[in-house]
Design a protein around this ligand. Sequence first.
Ligand code: GMT
Length: 373
Amino acid sequence: MKIGIVLYPTYGGSGVVATELGKLLAKKNHEIHFITYSQPVRLGSFSENLFYHEVRVSDYPLFDYEPYETVLASKMVDVVKHEKLDLLHVHYAIPHASAAYMAKNILKSQGINIPFITSLHGTDITLVGKDPSFEPVITFCLNQSDAITAVSESLKNDTYKQFSTNCDIKVIPNFVNLEKNSSRKKNKLRKKYASDEESILCHISNFRKVKRVKDVIKVFDKVNKVKKSVMLLVGDGPERNLIEEFCRELNLSSRVVFLGKIRDTSKVLELADLFLLPSETESFGLAALEAMSKGVPVISSNTGGIPEVNIHGVTGFLSNVGDVIDMSENALYLLKDKERLNNFSQNALNRSKEFNIETIVKEYEDLYYDVLN
Ligand code: GMT
């Protein structure tokens, strides 16, 4: 098949999932055309069957806001026509689904029939999408999509709750590439950050409010008071300055390392003993799954789709949003007992194998064939 994948090229989970999906489909001999405004961070080097089409919006003085959606729709029309695509798969509804709807109708007027699949990732439904400034467009585009997928049962249910649609929504969970993730090596790099007696905790996110990074620091503070530890923070975003300030207030600056944005987070995860994800809402929690695939147990909130990934008392622990005391007690329960920590680590690794990319990609391929038929 020739598939156009429309995505955000950034570090966010939806972009990572879309890119990894495209890369594996390309290996399976499908021709993949990524359409977005800059090179996707996980795309890596050039390879056969992979193409990238950049959407460039010109800077005209009249525009206070650049009309990205219009330029994206035009680019989709161009790529579908000239590369002879069979279907479009858009990741994250805003504004990709409405651009795809527009492209589909332009092409229809020219006698070309192109179906589009919308994959919902989370905030396009749970935070941004349900806002009245987006809702009517999202509802319409959901109803116009040739197929809709959601990354968890929780997100599927939220979609039915928030939007008036009774379209069939297929749950296809996110995945990890176990080929490169299967073994957990204790890296000699670990010594650079912590002594053998100290534990390493890790958090990876885009530092938005919804991630509750302040809770990460509160949990870490409580853990560190009982068992000396180091906190590795990966990512960057609007809350970063506040969090740095908070660490200074708590006198934790020497114990909390801000690593910034990192393309391949697996090397950091290899160093970690625990992963913290106390989010306010999370449709899936890809960062948690990636940690588990490195054998890192997860201390998280019990919100959204996280319980579909992290199993309470098996691969880690779930707590109510904001309950930093429970989270820190759970963290210490694991960190204080090496054998227990190892068991949870093994469980986390085993659980992640259920989300192997090879299995999940097949579900997308089947859906593509269904839609084309
Ligand atoms: O909110 C983010 O971290 C980014 C966002 C995105 O679109 O990239 O993440 C959402 O999609 C990921 C991939 O499907 C999910 O793993 C995240 O749970 C989800 N984020 C939220 O629901 C807050």
